[in-house]
Design a protein around this ligand. Structure first.
Ligand SMILES: [Fe+2]
Length: 192
């Protein structure tokens, strides 16, 4: 069986379990354990999620990371992406306005967590996402993402709703000293 067919079957199987577990439910961190478990199992097939099939941006690209769509329902829910990076990434503290789960496959991505304060954010913890390590976030939870140059990273990012549909994600701009809104993503690549 071709790798792409096998990959597609395993992704569908994982998303089917996630959908049937979460559909019609109030999402909690406990409920998101299902997502974490399914994506961690998918990550064990890391030979199906290579940098050849999901290339990071090339050296001449100003961006150091990009997203490939792995699965998304017709109504744009249960959106699963491969996030790949090669080079330094520093995403500011932000929320998602929907639930999010990040599961490591290749390389390391540091997640830092924050509480809102009167004048910005205060870090309350951090976790390195790598193979067998993951992060779960509810709609209002804040995190920032940090990847070091030198080792490419591929991980799974799954959201309650596709990133092109999220028009009101907030991020804290340290430079401006204020909360700003991310524009919805427009450059998500389709997986082969
Ligand atoms: Fe995020």
């Amino acid at each position: 069986m071709a790798d792409s067919v096998r990959r597609g079957m395993l992704i569908k199987k994982a998303v089917d379990v996630i959908r049937s577990s979460l559909n019609g439910q109030t999402v909690s961190l406990e409920k998101l354990s299902v997502v974490e478990k399914q994506l961690n199992e998918l990550a064990q097939h890391k030979e199906l999620f290579t940098f050849e099939d999901f290339p990071p941006p090339t050296q001449d690209d100003p961006r150091t990371s990009c997203l490939y769509r792995l699965s998304e329902d017709e109504d744009h829910r249960f959106a699963l992406y491969a996030n790949v990076a090669n080079g330094e990434v520093n995403a500011p503290p932000h929320d998602h306005t929907t639930w999010a789960v990040i599961v490591g496959v290749h390389g390391q991505e540091e997640n830092r967590f924050y509480n809102k304060t009167n004048n910005g954010v205060a870090q309350v913890g951090s976790k390195v996402v790598e193979l067998n390590s993951s992060v779960k976030l509810l709609a209002d939870d804040l995190h920032s993402i940090h990847i070091k140059a030198g080792e490419p990273v591929l991980n799974f990012h799954m959201y309650g709703l596709a990133l092109e549909q999220l028009h009101a994600r907030n991020y804290w701009s340290e430079v401006k000293g204020q909360w700003k809104t991310f524009p919805a993503h427009t450059d998500i690549r389709e997986a082969r």
